[in-house]
Design a protein around this ligand. Sequence first.
Ligand SMILES: N[C@@H](Cc1c[nH]cn1)C(=O)NCC(=O)O
Length: 408
Amino acid sequence: MRKAWLAFAIASGFFLFEFVTRVEPSLDAQAIGSFFHLSNSGFGTLSSLFFWVYAPMQIIVGLLLDRFGARRFLLLGSFCCAAGTLMFAATNLVGVAGAGRMLTGFGASFAFVGALWLVNHWFAPERFALLSGGVNAVGMIGVAAGAVGLSDAVTDFGWRPVFLVTGAAGLLLVLLIYFFLHEPASPAAAAQTGPVEHVRDSLKTVLGDGRVWALSLVGLLYYMPVNVYGGLWGTTELVRNHHFTTVAAETDVSMIFWGMALGSVAGGWFSDRIGHRKYLVLGGAVLTTCAYGAALYLPASALGEGVLLLAAGFFGGFQMLTFAMAKEGQDNRVVGTVVAFVNMVGIAGALIFQPLVGYLADRLGGNFELALMTVPACTAAAALIVLFVPKYRHPHHMPGARRGSPAV
Ligand SMILES: N[C@@H](Cc1c[nH]cn1)C(=O)NCC(=O)O
C-alpha cells in the first residue's frame, strides 16, 4: 500500500504542477506580451499552443499507458513539462518561447490520464471514484490557491524568475518520479500485441462503445461551466450584470474551483460507499443546473453569489464520476484509452463553448446574462443524457476484483 499511496501522491503532484504551468502565462499577460512584442491576440496564441498539443495528445497518452505502463511516460512527461517552462523563461525569442509552450503541453498531457491510470491499477475498484476525485481536487486547489500565491510572487519578483523556479520545481518532481514511483501490476506488463495491433484493437473497443461516447458527451456538457463560466466569462458577467467590483467577482468565481475540489472528493467518496454512480451524476447535474441558474438570474449580494457558485462547483465536482462510469464498462486493458477519450472530449468543449458564448454575447448586444443561458442548458442536457446511459460494470471492475491482474 505504501507504493500505491506514493504513486497517488506523486501523480497528483504532477497534475498540480502541470496545472500551474498551464495557467502561469495568464498571471502576467501584459508583461509577457510586451516582452515578446506581441499584441493581445499574439499573446493568446502563444499561450494556447499548450492546448494545441495537450488535447490531441490525450488519446495517444491513453494508448501508450495501456500498452507500456505509466512510469517511463510520467518521467518523460514531467521532464518535458519542466523543460518547456524553463525554455519559455530563458529565451528572448518568441519562436523558442512557442516551442517551450508546446513542449510544456506535450509533457502535461501525461499527468491527468496518467494519474487516473495509476489509481485504477494500484487501488481496488471500490476506491476509484474517491481517489480520482482526489486527483481532480489537487488540480483545482492548485488553480484556486496556487494562482493567487504565484501572482503575488510575479508582482514581487517578475514573471521570469517565477517561471524559472517553477521549472526547477518540475525537475525535482522528475527526481521524485524516478526514485519513488513504482510501476503497478497491469495488463500492460503481460501485453504481447504489437503496437499497431494494440492501437487498432484498443481504438476499436473504445470508440465502438456507444456508452463511452454518451458518457464523454455527458462529461463535456457537465464540465462546460468550469471552462466557460469559471475559466473565462464569469468575472465579466458578475461585473456587468451584478455590478460587483472585479476583485469581488474574481473571488466569487474562484469559489467554483474550491467547490469542485470539495465536490469531486465528496461525490467520489459517497459513490464508492454506496457502490453507485449513475443517479449521483444525474442528481449532481440537476443541482448544478439549479445553482448556476440561481447564480445567473436571481439577485444576490457578493456573499450570496459566492455561496451559489460554491454550490455550483460542489455539485459540478460529481462530473468526475463520468470517468468511473466509462472505465468500469470496459476491460482493464483499455482503461487508459477510455479515460483519455472521455477527457479529450470534455476539454474539447472549451474550444467550442468559450468562443460560442463570446459570439452569442456579441450577437445579443453584449447581453452575457442571456448568452450564459448555455451554462444551465448544458448541465441540464447532461442530466437528461445520463438518464439513458445503461448501468454496466465489467467483471474487471467489480468490488473485490484483483488489481493489476492480466486480462481474464
Ligand atoms: N475533469 C476533467 C475534465 C473532464 C472531461 N470530462 C469530464 N471532465 C479534467 O479536469 N481534466 C484535466 C484536464 O484538463 O485534462
